[in-house]
Write a protein that binds this ligand. Structure first.
Ligand code: CA
Length: 294
């Protein structure tokens, strides 16, 4: 392990098994995220220390806040909604009922309020996963097929590009994105993560169009400039950072989730904060997380 970057602060003692999918609520000044394996949705309000959690009936890959209130969820086997007032989970539909060995993984809303979420082979061997787009009418479309482990998503500030990671390729790819229709085209490689830096997991795109990518197994978060070149590597005190998003009053504080699942005792002793939330004050700011329009 290289030396931890002094910019990394221990933020919240989440103790998640597999913390993931952070979403910042600007109105509440609160961070939401999921513990995929617990499974539950969590919320922490940094200014007050208040926390809350909502249990869900099966593994949860990701979620987004809805314009109308509550959340849309990508559960193990399909889309659902969560009423944050009473905790009710309501199933919408499973877009791939024939894929029992898959589960949903990362998801995120684009600026137009469509919720994108992908599936993965639980054993990460077969390209049985897909990336779906859930539109405001609650219908979903299969957009990308042949995915082993659908993961990080993000969009350029001008809305012209969509970034996407199938972790097993070790690449972050980029598509041309039609913001009006939600169509994607012209997939190509944006950046590749060297094997000894871990694999690309969740990501966020800042207001300058640079990507912050959590590198699972790599003890780091890497910032890629819009041209795909490495701009900064932030060394973390945990081997499995999972995802990140910008929060705080000025959207300049990067919150990073992490996981302890799968780590042996020796690694846990070196990285006892695995599963907790970290924060990095940056010189840039985020675009802000979008709500689901449906
Ligand atoms: Ca992930």
């Amino acid at each position: 392990m290289e030396k931890q970057d002094p910019a990394v602060e221990f933020a919240f003692d989440a103790d998640d098994l597999l913390g993931e999918g952070p979403v910042w609520s600007a109105t509440e000044q609160a961070l939401y995220w999921v513990d995929i394996k617990y499974p539950r949705v969590r919320r922490w309000t940094p200014a007050t220390g208040e926390q809350a959690a909502w249990s869900v009936p099966e593994e949860i890959g990701s979620m987004a806040l809805r314009v109308q209130g509550g959340m849309v969820l990508a559960l193990q086997h399909g889309f659902a909604t969560l009423d944050l007032e009473d905790g009710t989970v309501t199933t919408l539909h499973d877009p791939e009922p024939d894929q029992a060995g898959n589960r949903f993984n990362d998801g995120k809303c684009d600026a137009q309020g469509r919720f994108w979420a992908g599936t993965m082979d639980e054993e990460e061997k077969v390209a049985s996963g897909s990336l779906y787009r859930l539109d405001a009418d609650l219908e979903s479309q299969r957009i990308v097929e042949g995915v082993i482990c659908s993961n990080g998503l993000g969009w350029s500030p001008d809305g012209g590009l969509m970034y996407y990671t199938d972790t097993r390729t070790h690449r972050i790819d980029v598509f041309d994105f039609d913001a009006a229709t939600g169509d994607i085209a012209n997939r190509r490689t944006f950046a590749e993560i060297p094997a000894d830096h871990g694999v690309p997991d969740g990501l966020t795109v800042d207001a300058e169009g640079a990507l912050w990518v959590a590198c699972w197994g790599g003890w780091r978060v890497i910032r890629f400039a819009p041209d795909g070149l490495v701009d900064r590597e932030v060394m973390m005190p945990v081997p499995q950072p999972t995802s990140c998003t910008f929060g705080g009053p000025s959207l300049s504080r990067l919150y990073v989730t992490s996981a302890k699942v799968g780590l042996d005792q020796a690694v846990l002793e070196r990285a006892p904060k695995s599963g907790c939330i970290f924060a990095i004050d940056t010189e840039t700011r985020g675009q802000g997380d979008h709500h689901f329009a449906g």
